[in-house]
Design a protein around this ligand. Structure first.
Ligand SMILES: Cc1cc2nc3c(=O)[nH]c(=O)nc-3n(C[C@H](O)[C@H](O)[C@H](O)COP(=O)(O)O)c2cc1C
Length: 175
């Protein structure tokens, strides 16, 4: 797929098939994240967790429902068979760097996923559930790292749509 087509076909998938994605697809997606730009090239400040254990996914889903009741979704992780969690070491001097790095990493992963036919969605809400120490211990996030964002992966059970390539932002161009 051409890059612009992958950008146009990427969308937040909220309905997934039960079938797990192939390990080779997961590896490609993780590798795409691994070549994302990261501030000061500090790749060691990031940890990636991949949850494919159905029991843990169920626990995360229930914990998100409890933490964000107003969301009112039957399953806030949409039945996705894979959940990627990106964690970062807090940086006192540059407190936002982890957020920016995580955005770059997950966007790379989502574009790569679209390119190889895997659906995805960027999700912040699951992070609300990661205040439960029991759940956090199940995720085995190394000490010193803070989970910042998640992304679901799986085969989409929604129709593919191509977006129009369009700037939606009020923009000032100074020439
Ligand atoms: C920072 C960020 C946080 C998001 N958090 C959630 C979330 O917790 N749950 C969810 O269903 N969608 C979440 N989304 C998905 C957005 O709602 C979605 O990307 C947006 O509506 C645009 O739709 P599109 O991705 O299909 O283009 C998030 C997206 C971003 C970029």
């Amino acid at each position: 797929m051409e890059t612009l087509d992958a950008l146009k076909y990427r969308k937040a998938v909220r309905k997934y098939k039960k079938e797990q994605i192939k390990d080779t697809e997961l590896e490609t997606i993780l590798a795409a994240g691994g070549i994302a730009p990261v501030g000061m090239g500090d790749y060691a400040s990031i940890h990636v967790t991949v949850v494919q254990n159905p029991e843990i996914l169920k626990k995360i889903s229930s914990a998100v429902k409890a933490a964000v009741p107003e969301m009112n979704a039957p399953d806030p992780i949409y039945g996705a068979p894979t959940l990627v969690v990106v964690s970062s070491k807090p940086n006192e001097r540059m407190p936002t760097i982890g957020d920016f790095n995580t955005g770059c990493i997950l966007e790379n992963m989502m574009i790569a996923a679209t390119d190889i036919g895997v659906g995805s969605i960027f999700m912040l809400l699951p992070v609300f559930a990661f205040t439960d120490p029991l759940l956090v211990s199940k995720l085995k996030i190394p000490s010193g790292f803070k989970p910042l964002a998640t992304m679901a992966l799986g085969y989409s059970d929604e129709p593919a749509v191509s977006k129009e390539l369009k700037n939606k932002f009020e923009t000032t161009i100074l020439r």
